[in-house]
Design a protein around this ligand. Structure first.
Ligand SMILES: Nc1ncnc2c1ncn2[C@@H]1O[C@H](COP(=O)(O)OP(=O)(O)O)[C@@H](O)[C@H]1O
Ligand SMILES: [Mg+2]
Length: 247
C-alpha cells in the first residue's frame, strides 16, 4: 500500500532521515520505533505531506532549508510531491502528536468541524463509530475540548483523524504522556480501528504497550533503519528488548 524508498530529509545540512526505506501492506499495523529525535515525526510529516507545507513556510520566511529526496509510493503512485490535502483525499490521514483542536468548541463540534466536507449521513456514521471506539467521548460530547484531560484530548485527536475517512492512518506517538492504563485502552482502540479496514502506521518511543497489536516494526536511530522484523522477531531481539521494551 505504502512504499518509501531511500528517503532523505535534510534540515539545512542536518540529516533527519537517512536513506530510509520501509513499506506498509494493506490491513497491517506497522510500528516505527525510535528514541527522541530519531526521525519519527519527520517520517510521519513526509508521508502525510505536511513536510511540503513546512518547506514552503520556511522558504517564505527565509528560515531552515528543508530538502526531501527519495521515493514515496502509495498504491503504486508517486506521491512525494502531492500536497497534504491531495493525500487526505487518497486516504492518507495523519493524527498528530498534539493535534490543534478547537479548545473552545465542544467534543461533538470538533468532530463536526473536522468532517464538514463529508456527507451528513456519512459523518454521523463516523461519529457513531468514534463514540464506539472511545465511549468516554460520548459522555463528554458537550465538554469543551480545552477542558479534556490529556488522554481524552488524544482520543479526540484520533477521532478528528478518523472523521477524514482514512485508508492509511498515520499515528505519531499517540501514547505519549499517558498512564499505562490509558495506553492499554488506546492500544486496544488502535486494534479496533484496524478491524474497520484501516491500515495503520504508528510511531512510538517505547514498544511495550503496542507490542500486542503490531504486525511488524521498524526501529530507526538517527534517521536510519537499524532493525526490522515481525512482532515476534522484534520481541525476541535482545537489543530491541533492552532499548524499546524494557525487559
Ligand atoms: N523544523 C526543524 N528544523 C530543524 N531541525 C529539525 C526540525 N524538525 C526536526 N528536526 C531535527 O530532525 C531530527 C528528527 O526529529 P524528529 O523527526 O522530530 O524526531 P522524533 O519525532 O523521532 O523525536 C532531530 O535531530 C531534530 O532536531
Ligand atoms: Mg516526534
Amino acid at each position: 500500500m505504502l512504499e518509501a524508498k531511500n528517503l532523505m530529509v535534510f534540515f539545512e545540512n542536518a540529516l533527519a532521515l537517512n536513506d530510509l526505506s520501509l513499506g506498509v501492506r494493506q490491513g497491517e499495523i506497522v510500528a516505527v520505533l525510535g528514541s527522541n529525535s530519531a526521525g519519527k515525526t519527520t517520517l510521519m510529516n513526509t508521508v502525510s505531506g505536511l513536510m511540503i507545507d513546512m518547506q514552503k513556510k520556511e522558504a517564505r520566511k527565509g528560515g531552515v532549508r528543508i530538502t526531501v529526496m527519495g521515493e514515496l509510493r502509495y498504491e503504486n503512485e508517486d506521491i512525494l510531491h502531492l500536497k497534504p490535502s491531495a493525500r487526505v483525499k487518497k486516504g492518507i490521514v495523519l493524527s498528530q502528536e498534539r493535534h490543534p483542536i478547537f479548545r473552545d468548541s465542544d467534543v461533538l463540534e470538533n468532530l463536526k468541524i473536522a468532517g464538514y466536507l463529508r456527507k451528513g449521513s456519512e459523518l454521523k456514521q463516523s461519529i457513531g463509530l468514534i463514540f464506539e471506539l472511545f465511549p468516554i467521548l460520548r459522555h463528554l460530547k458537550k465538554r469543551k475540548a480545552g477542558l479534556l484531560s490529556g488522554g481524552e484530548q488524544q482520543m479526540l485527536a484520533i477521532g478528528i483523524a478518523l472523521v477524514a475517512k482514512p485508508r492509511l492512518l498515520l499515528m505519531d506517538e499517540p501514547l505519549l504522556g499517558l498512564s499505562p492504563l490509558l495506553q492499554a485502552d488506546l492500544a486496544r482502540a488502535v486494534r479496533n480501528i484496524r478491524e474497520q479496514g484501516i491500515t495503520i502506521l504508528i510511531s512510538e518511543q517505547f514498544a511495550r504497550p503496542i507490542m500486542p497489536i503490531i504486525d511488524r516494526g521498524y526501529v530507526i536511530e538517527n534517521g536510519m533503519l537499524v532493525i526490522t522484523g515481525t512482532r515476534e522477531e522484534l520481541a525476541g531481539n535482545p537489543e530491541v528488548r533492552a532499548a524499546y521494551i524494557g525487559a
